[in-house]
Design a protein. Structure first.
Length: 117
């Protein structure tokens, strides 16, 4: 798997509006958008991108499930989807991947993704 993010680099010390793929947005950004609106600002963190990678992998492996939010633009509805499919329930590989993303543990995240693919 090769992911390319050309032209999307940001400074992690400057506040900005979210310009990424809303359906893959990290939970903390979805929360900000829910409470403060779509023009809300946040300070990007490296773990944001890693959480988005987890969500992209989930999408690629679960197209049928992901289709439930494929056209959704409501941060609350998107957040509820991810809570249901990635966070809730007993410990899963997805939860391990989110933990690795949150800890910025690139090696563990790479290993967990390779187990799925």
């Amino acid at each position: 798997m090769f992911l390319n993010d050309w032209g999307c680099a940001v400074t992690t010390t400057q506040s900005m509006t979210f310009r990424g793929a809303l359906r893959h947005a990290p939970a903390r950004i979805l929360e900000v958008l829910q409470t403060q609106g779509v023009d809300a600002t946040y300070i990007p963190r490296p773990e944001d991108d890693l959480e988005m990678v987890v969500k992209v992998v989930f999408e690629l492996m679960n197209l049928g499930l992901y289709s439930q939010i494929a056209l959704v633009n409501d941060p609350a509805e998107i957040s509820a989807f991810w809570k249901t499919h990635l966070v809730a329930g007993t410990k899963t590989t997805w939860q391990e991947m989110l933990g690795a993303a949150s800890a910025c543990d690139y090696a563990l995240l790479k290993y967990l993704i390779s187990k799925l693919l």
